[in-house]
Design a binder for this molecule. Structure first.
Ligand SMILES: Cc1cc2nc3c(=O)[nH]c(=O)nc-3n(C[C@H](O)[C@H](O)[C@H](O)COP(=O)(O)OP(=O)(O)OC[C@H]3O[C@@H](n4cnc5c(N)ncnc54)[C@H](O)[C@@H]3O)c2cc1C
Length: 329
């Protein structure tokens, strides 16, 4: 706590132009619309500001917790008083490189990136148009849908590695992309700054039609009218999480205002004023019932931040697996 307070003071002194929100409800920054107040969120206006901010935090032994669009995170109702959150909201540079590849900063939304590619007659990102995350969050998660994944189109990623305060450029082959994970997700201290995408020239209208088709498919199958964080569980090998949940009789099952979607059992939705505890308890129940009925152990895809989660420059202060998986059983 003390270290975060010192870091806030130092950032105010050394970067007086930096936009800071203090005691900001995370429910306003989460697609789930859930989460208590964060001590601080900083909004660097460019990549240089972000790296300078990270340097100051490093001096105070505080690691930044990066926030994209908050579409894959469950924030605790109790808030996050021990974290220094850093939003990529203002990192919005997006342009064509001379060789025809697309450069995007980490705060660019995948929807905007996909639309930009279509406008420039470049195919390969049609699958990403309906994913509500950013380039940064998408690369961390290797976001994907309808048979496509970012790993198919990312040429390289530039990131700041906070522990040695150095910028690195990783080619696709070294990004450790596999199903909904990446080298960056497994390596605390990586702050993604930008990515380059290699796409294929194609007819604009044909690209647009494919995007339209996928968007209709998404609208017809997913509960987009209610807050959620997308698929609650990872796809277990050889199975579909939604099918297992439905077979366990849990479609529509609710704990308070947290509910297994009636439209798509793979989603947990907030049907009003769900708390993080209700979502957590619901997911725990789903997991144990599915295990009891099918013997398949569901792993959460949503990143669950417990109230005691904090970071310093050596990484998370609670076991890493509690962040991405459940504690206990
Ligand atoms: C309605 C709905 C539909 C969805 N559909 C899909 C889908 O089809 N396919 C799919 O894969 N996902 C889907 N998702 C989940 C989510 O959109 C993706 O996982 C997305 O990639 C997360 O991006 P984000 O910017 O919101 O990341 P956040 O949720 O903000 O963050 C996710 C993780 O990435 C880290 N992070 C974010 N930015 C950076 C950065 N610049 N540097 C370092 N770390 C960073 C965060 O610290 C956190 O650990 C869906 C979500 C919703 C709500």
């Amino acid at each position: 706590m003390e270290t975060v307070e010192n870091a806030v003071r130092a950032v105010k002194e050394q970067l007086p132009g930096m936009k800071l929100l203090e005691n900001e409800p995370m429910s306003l920054h989460s697609s789930f619309r859930i989460g208590g107040p964060a001590r601080v969120i900083a909004f660097p206006s460019d990549v240089t500001g972000l790296t300078r901010l990270c340097d100051i935090l490093k001096e105070h032994h505080v690691a930044p917790f990066l926030l994209g669009n908050g579409t894959n995170i469950l924030f605790p109702d109790e808030g996050l008083q021990d974290l220094f959150l850093v939003s990529t909201e203002r990192l919005q540079k997006l342009f064509l490189l001379p060789d025809g590849a697309v450069y995007a900063e980490s705060g660019v939304s995948l929807a905007r990136l996909a639309a930009f590619a279509q406008e420039n007659g470049l195919s390969g990102l049609e699958f990403a148009g309906g994913i509500p995350g950013t380039v940064g969050g998408g690369c961390i998660m290797n976001a994907g849908a309808y048979g496509g994944e970012l790993k198919d189109v990312v040429e390289s990623v530039v990131y700041l590695y906070v522990p040695d305060q150095t910028l690195y450029e990783l080619p696709n082959a070294d990004c450790g992309f596999s199903y909904r994970t990446s080298f960056f997700q497994k390596t605390p201290g990586c702050v993604l700054l930008s990515a380059v995408f290699r796409l294929k020239p194609d007819d604009r209208l044909a690209i647009s039609e494919r995007m339209q088709e996928l968007s209709e498919k998404r609208r017809s199958k997913q509960p987009l009218d209610l807050p959620s964080a997308g698929s609650a569980f990872r796809r277990p090998e050889g199975h579909f999480a939604a099918r297992l949940i439905e077979d366990a009789g849990l479609k529509g099952y609710a704990v308070g205002d947290a509910q297994v979607s009636e439209k798509h059992a793979g989603f947990v939705v907030n049907r009003g004023h769900a708390s993080s505890h209700e979502v957590y308890d619901l997911m725990m129940h789903v997991r144990s019932e599915v295990y009891r009925r099918s013997g398949v152990f569901l792993e959460p895809e949503i990143i669950i931040l417990p109230p005691d989660y904090h970071l310093d420059d050596n990484g998370p202060k609670i076991p890493r697996n509690r962040v991405v998986e459940f504690g206990g059983n």
